[in-house]
Design a protein around this ligand. Structure first.
Ligand SMILES: Cc1cc2nc3c(=O)[nH]c(=O)nc-3n(C[C@H](O)[C@H](O)[C@H](O)COP(=O)(O)OP(=O)(O)OC[C@H]3O[C@@H](n4cnc5c(N)ncnc54)[C@H](O)[C@@H]3O)c2cc1C
Length: 194
């Protein structure tokens, strides 16, 4: 899995706090903005967070995980299409299991890939051949959203009840966000990243 922060609002916290100053007819100095950003988050004045965004490129996650990801209604997605992109060199996610169990996954994935290739050879369209591919098949997507939407995502998925693969993805995203907006996402900073 690879998570890359590809685009974001520069000076996001300063920008949010500057725009929010209109609510209080308040000053927009650097110090005042630094104090205000924390108060906005702590008091739940979260519409202000919609004035900054971040976009990630997420690669090498399973379709199990991308399916969970797209349930976040306020994030937006552009995902590699299995209709248009040939899946003849698919890679797969393996759960953390013993060697013996992993062999079962490996056999299933290899068999599915072989069947997919056979279907293409017989003239079946990619959009139909893909039905034999496992949910473990890797996918890539761009995900964009404002800071409130990312906070909602992290609250649900960077959390012990979340499934392990999306949690790992959320941990990487949370860390990146904590670097560009520490007062909004500081709790998600990781001291070591994978
Ligand atoms: C541990 C875990 C297990 C899950 N298991 C399942 C499962 O078995 N089956 C399944 O179908 N889904 C499952 N989900 C998905 C879950 O039900 C949500 O669809 C998904 O996490 C997105 O969250 P959300 O819909 O609350 O809000 P988001 O889409 O993330 O929206 C963000 C916020 O917007 C607000 N909001 C969004 N939509 C509305 C609305 N219609 N009305 C009012 N406010 C709204 C809420 O405040 C929400 O917190 C699971 C999620 C988790 C984290």
């Amino acid at each position: 899995m690879k998570v890359t922060l590809v685009d974001y609002t520069p000076n996001a916290e300063k920008k949010i706090a500057t725009f929010a100053a209109i609510c209080y007819n308040s000053d927009t100095s650097k110090d005042a903005c630094a104090r205000r950003i924390t108060k906005l988050v702590d008091s739940g004045h979260l519409a202000t967070l919609r004035f900054a965004y971040a976009t990630f490129l997420v690669q090498g996650i399973s379709r199990v995980t991308s399916h969970q990801f797209v349930r976040s209604k306020h994030l937006d997605f552009l995902q590699e299409s299995q209709r248009y992109v040939k899946q003849n060199e698919t890679t797969f996610t393996y759960p953390k299991q013993s060697e013996e169990i992993l062999q079962i996954y490996d056999d299933a994935y290899g068999n599915a890939q072989m069947l997919y290739n056979q279907l293409l050879e017989k003239g079946v369209k990619k959009e139909d051949a893909r039905f034999v591919l496992p949910e473990a098949s890797h996918t890539s997507l761009y995900v964009t959203g404002n800071f409130q939407a990312w906070r909602d995502f992290l609250f649900l998925r960077n959390e012990k009840h979340a499934q392990w693969e999306i949690r790992e993805c959320a941990e990487l995203i949370g860390h990146e966000l904590s670097q560009i907006a520490p007062n909004v996402f500081g709790q998600y900073e990781r001291k070591t990243t994978t």
